[in-house]
Design a protein around this ligand. Sequence first.
Ligand code: 1GP
Length: 238
Amino acid sequence: MNVFNTIIEKVSQGKKLFALLVDPEKSSAEHLKTLLVNPGVADVDLILLGGSTLEASSEKTLSDIRQQIDKPVVLFPGNVSQITAGVDAVFFLSLISGRNPEFLIGNHVKAAPLLKDMEVIPVAYILIDGGRVSATQEVTKTLPLPSDDIERIVDTAVAGKMLGHKMVYLEAGSGALNPISPSVIRAVREQLDVPLIVGGGLKSSADVALAYSSGADIVVVGNAFETNPALLSDIFSL
Ligand code: 1GP
């Protein structure tokens, strides 16, 4: 299976994709068992595996996920130590909203030899102010783009595409008070034809529907599913 081709195929058919974020630091085998038996999980397109602060690979969590469900698992690594063999693909994230060389190219050079036999999807990762200091901001020591500076957000996304990134991820930060706004999503969508991922602080099926209708191709939800697993059934009945 080629994860990126599958995404492109679904997006070109006008489908909207849903990605569930599993943070290995919050997900014991028991916890995953309770979460992933939720009927809504059957409609999830991707499982993203990763977190901002973990300094280890996620083999155990990967195997716990595999025991529960058969879905593509994509690594969403916060740093090079999270590289995990056996995932279906890796989001090779470049934090282009920030100016920390470690998250623009440093971790990538260290990861390159470990990724040779894996499907690697280059993703322009853009952190936008979500109303509180995010773990991504703290760990990467970078500032998010102001949420009202739409021109700069759009220019950053377009530069990301010009650099060859296959997808753009607009991130408000895990647990953001304010998700990415419809006006930001729309403005970026108008300028870009690559798949657009939106995540951070999406708390309800209405938030997800708004992100989709504004132009997101893939939405990512982590925290809200942890606190309310039934949310998925609401989302997929949209
Ligand atoms: C964070 O975009 C993801 O990297 C998901 O955020 O946990 O707030 O859903 P939440």
